[in-house]
Design a protein around this ligand. Structure first.
Ligand code: SIN
Ligand code: CO
Length: 373
């Protein structure tokens, strides 16, 4: 097998040890001879869609303007200093999905999406920092990057986008197609198009503990079990009727303290949370679905493949798909873990699926979560 050039001459293990979440890495010709996966016209078409997140950013002499999609029209390509960003290209384009999946030496639970930017000469989003790790792959044309490890992350006030007030770059690079720059979170950067260019951002997710905590409490609300009701057989005459009685407070504190959760609860919560598709993702099932019988015949021959939009994870006996979770036995688990890892299953393997798994596969097929290859 050809050695991967994605990280230059270091292995994924060395990258994770020395660079990931720590310091930048420039990789010349990470993907030699890389050709853009989408034309500007195809990208502009995506930006017109309601369900695809896009932004148009223009800057004239330090005056920034940002417009959220859907973007009906774009400025002419002869006009300098504008950029269009299209989020989640991997959800709609097989090649974009395949590119993102080259980064699966990092778990799916950390992977976010592939964002594509197009810019005319001088275009960019300004000096800023991101809260996430990112690989910036130059897809077309050239981009001049300036980067720096600054601690001062204060922003210019009153701008429609995050612009660093005191950007102090320490290094600069000119990236050409196939070159890639990795940046850890909070690393200041500014990429400016040199002539028209396209950059692909392979982005990661790291939910804040606050976001997780709030979502976890909502999740727990559905599963807590606190029997009984407050009572006060020893109630005494009230001298200050508006004051909450001491006994009431103590008893209720004690009862609420009985809310407990285990690592298993967190497992189920996290799996459902991380596999939940973003709010703008919609699945469409087949217009004329096969009957269950025909489906079983077909998948036994051709196998199945997950939809580009499907998020599937597992941990222990729990399998998670698009925000739903279920616990499975050992035989079913082997098959479903393989589907989650490979995102496809060959016919002979599917043919051996239990009735339960086959039924689940059929439902997912009807819902558009899974397709026939
Ligand atoms: C871009 O592609 O223009 C911006 C990417 C980034 O700086 O995060
Ligand atoms: Co950035």
């Amino acid at each position: 097998m050809k050695k991967s050039t994605l990280l230059g001459n270091i292995t994924p293990a060395e990258f994770l040890r020395d660079y990931w979440h720590k310091k930048p890495l420039l990789i010349r010709q990470a993907i030699p001879g890389f050709k853009p996966l989408l034309t500007l016209a195809a990208l502009a078409e995506m930006a017109k869609q309601n369900h695809i997140e896009s932004r148009l950013i223009t800057s004239v002499d330090g005056d920034w303007d940002m417009q959220h999609g859907p973007l009906e029209t774009l400025p002419p390509t002869t006009q300098k200093q504008w950029t269009m960003l299209v989020q989640g290209a991997n959800l709609y384009h097989k090649g974009a999905d395949a590119l993102l999946r080259q980064f699966r030496f990092i778990p799916d639970a950390r992977l976010d999406d592939l964002m594509i930017s197009y810019a005319t000469d001088g275009g960019g989003v300004g000096p800023h920092f991101d809260s996430y790790d990112v690989f910036l792959l130059q897809a077309h044309g050239k981009r001049h990057w300036r980067i720096g490890p600054q601690k001062d992350l204060s922003l210019v006030e009153g701008k429609p986008l995050k612009i660093l007030a005191n950007f102090k770059p320490q290094e600069e690079f000119l990236l050409e197609p196939g070159d890639m720059l990795y940046l850890p979170p909070h690393y200041a950067h500014d990429g400016v198009a040199v002539g028209e260019c396209m950059t692909y951002s392979i982005g990661f997710r790291s939910p804040s503990y606050q976001e997780l905590g709030e979502a976890f409490l909502q999740f727990m609300a559905d599963s807590i079990d606190l029997p009984g009701r407050y009572g006060d057989p020893a109630l005494e005459v009230s001298k200050h009727p508006a004051e909450i009685p001491r006994h009431m407070l103590a008893t209720i504190t004690e009862e609420i303290n009985k809310v407990r959760f285990t690592e298993e609860d967190v497992t189920i919560f996290l799996g459902e949370h991380l596999s939940e598709p973003k709010h703008n993702v919609f699945f469409t099932g087949p217009a004329k679905p096969l009957t269950m019988g025909r489906f079983v015949q077909s998948v036994a021959k051709k196998g199945v493949v997950l939809s580009l939009k499907t998020l599937m994870l597992y941990r222990g006996k729990h399998v998670f798909i698009n925000g739903e979770s279920f616990a499975v036995g050992r035989a079913d688990k082997t098959l479903l873990d393989a589907l989650a890892n490979e995102r496809t299953l060959p016919g002979p393997l599917v043919a051996g699926a239990s009735d339960d798994v086959m039924e689940a596969l059929y439902t997912w097929y009807q819902d558009g979560w899974l397709e026939l290859p």
